[in-house]
Design a protein around this ligand. Structure first.
Ligand code: FAD
Length: 447
């Protein structure tokens, strides 16, 4: 967006350029199934209130977009007014209180790069461009989140415009039900968040990574090895496989095994990555990069290589604690049928099943997390590749415990994304705050 274009704007479906303006709100360029009636880019809280009045006056439902990184284009709904929060992108940091406030349109990496300059840290999303708006509502699986907790657990309070157009503050002590629901309900949230109040952390003493890259023929062994490491990995390590048709390291189909480290010191980093140096399969790796410090700017650069702009994407995911042999047929199916680079499978050790969490709507996680990420550019392939990804995940469904809202595909595959009691509680809170069901909820929900 040009600097000069930073003002509120209402555009209707019968105006020229409407669909283009809607597509501009989306990271995923796959054509959405629906378009809304009105796109309202708001600049002030008064604009948000006016947008809500306008939707009601025209008999429309409301959906909200901040960074537009929802893979399922969640805000693109029929008979709707979309409130575009992208101009709410400022933040301020109070180092003495270890707190920050940030708008939902604030890009996580922009916040992070300022924080690390000040010796501070927040578990923002791993890729450039992901905004706090949807990211925090859905849970937030960010840098160093295994140790620090989900990003939504660092939300101290939120400022919200409700379905009635009221401005409310939600925290543990004020409107605690809204605060509970906002941490994990994701696209089922029923209000417009215009400010987050965040807890900050000190920057870890050592940030770095160690990587081993294998040819794709070693896929089964690598998956067995990683899944065999359960309970042996420090929370200060994020262990991830990128299974891809073109590894950036070996320039051919392969598996990048990355251990991303957030330690107090070099010596601690070294000790907690011993499992890589002692790996019984490491001799099969084509390239073994040693443990090196990597600044956050470089971490973002490297991760963003996986997600180039202007692609059409189909993404779906599972939480699981299954055995490797149960998952491998689905993984092979996806690798055989997904489009070429930059498509990939992200497979991560998360170890979250028994983790003590805050009492909040978020309630779905497991030991391992897997996302299939298919990317292509030809519009004729939208249906085909969406089906491939959805079918691949269906193959693994019997071995999954649920799905993560961050990478949800609920418009094509219904899956459990929250404990049933929590889902019922979200409904109860919604009935109180959004009596007339003004806001859209998830594309689908388990029954
Ligand atoms: C390239 C890429 C990398 C990613 N990496 C990560 C990652 O590392 N970790 C992770 O956890 N997730 C990750 N995600 C998923 C990401 O967290 C979600 O897509 C999230 O929705 C992004 O937030 P957003 O504001 O950009 O999304 P949006 O599409 O704007 O929002 C998604 C939904 O959230 C709700 N919403 C958004 N803003 C508001 C608001 N202000 N008030 C009320 N409701 C609102 C709406 O229902 C909206 O449809 C990634 C996604 C992409 C595309």
């Amino acid at each position: 967006m040009e600097k000069s274009d930073r003002h509120s704007r209402i555009i209707r479906s019968d105006e020229p350029g409407f669909k283009e303006a809607c597509m501009d709100t989306l990271f995923n360029k796959r054509r959405p199934a629906y378009f809304p009636e009105i796109l309202y880019r708001v600049q002030s809280v008064e604009d948000i209130q006016e947008a809500i009045r306008l939707a009601k006056a025209e008999g429309l439902k409301v959906s909200v977009v901040s960074g537009g990184h929802s893979w399922s284009a969640n805000h693109m709904r029929a008979n709707s007014l979309v409130i575009d929060m992208s101009l709410f992108d400022s933040f301020s940091v109070d180092k003495s209180r270890m707190q920050a406030t940030a708008g939902p349109g604030c890009k996580g990496h922009v916040l992070m790069l300022e924080l690390v300059k000040q010796g501070l840290f927040f578990p923002t999303g791993h890729c450039k461009g992901v905004c706090l708006g949807g990211y925090l509502l859905k849970g937030g699986f960010g840098w160093h989140s295994v140790e620090l907790g989900l990003a939504c657990e660092q939300v101290l309070a939120l400022d919200i415009v409700t379905a009635e157009g009221r401005i409310v503050h939600a925290s543990e002590t004020e409107n605690a039900d809204l605060y509970w629901a906002a941490r994990g309900s994701g696209s089922g949230f029923f209000g417009v968040v215009f400010r987050y109040h965040l807890r900050l952390h000190p920057k870890p003493g050592f940030i770095g990574m160690i990587m081993h890259t294998y040819k794709l023929k070693h896929l089964d062994e690598v998956v067995h090895w990683m899944m065999g490491l359960r309970n042996q990995i420090s929370n200060k390590v994020e262990l991830k496989l990128s299974i891809t048709q073109k590894s950036a390291v070996i320039r051919q189909a392969g598996i990048d095994v990355g251990a991303f480290v957030f330690a107090d010191s070099w010596s601690e980093a070294k000790a907690i990555t011993d499992f890589m140096r002692n790996s019984p399969i490491k001799k099969k790796a084509s390239i073994r990069s040693p443990l090196v410090p990597v600044p956050m700017s470089k971490q973002y650069f490297l991760t963003s290589l996986h997600y180039p702009d202007n692609y059409r994407w189909a993404v779906d995911n599972i939480w699981t604690h299954a055995r490797p042999e149960e998952l491998l047929p689905g993984i092979h199916y996806l690798m055989d049928n997904m489009p070429p680079h930059p498509s990939f499978i992200h497979f991560e050790y998360w170890a979250g099943a028994d983790r003590k969490r805050q009492d909040m709507a978020f309630s779905m996680e497991d030991e391992f997390f897997m996302s299939a990420m298919a990317a292509w550019t030809d519009s004729d392939k939208d249906e085909h590749y969406t089906r491939i990804v959805t079918e691949g995940m269906r193959m693994m469904e019997p071995f999954a415990t649920g799905t993560q809202l961050a990478d949800e595909n609920l418009n094509h595959r219904t899956a459990k994304f929250m404990a049933m009691d929590n889902l019922l509680k979200v409904d109860e809170i919604r009935n109180h705050w959004d009596t007339d069901k003004l806001f859209h909820e998830w594309h689908s929900r388990p029954v």
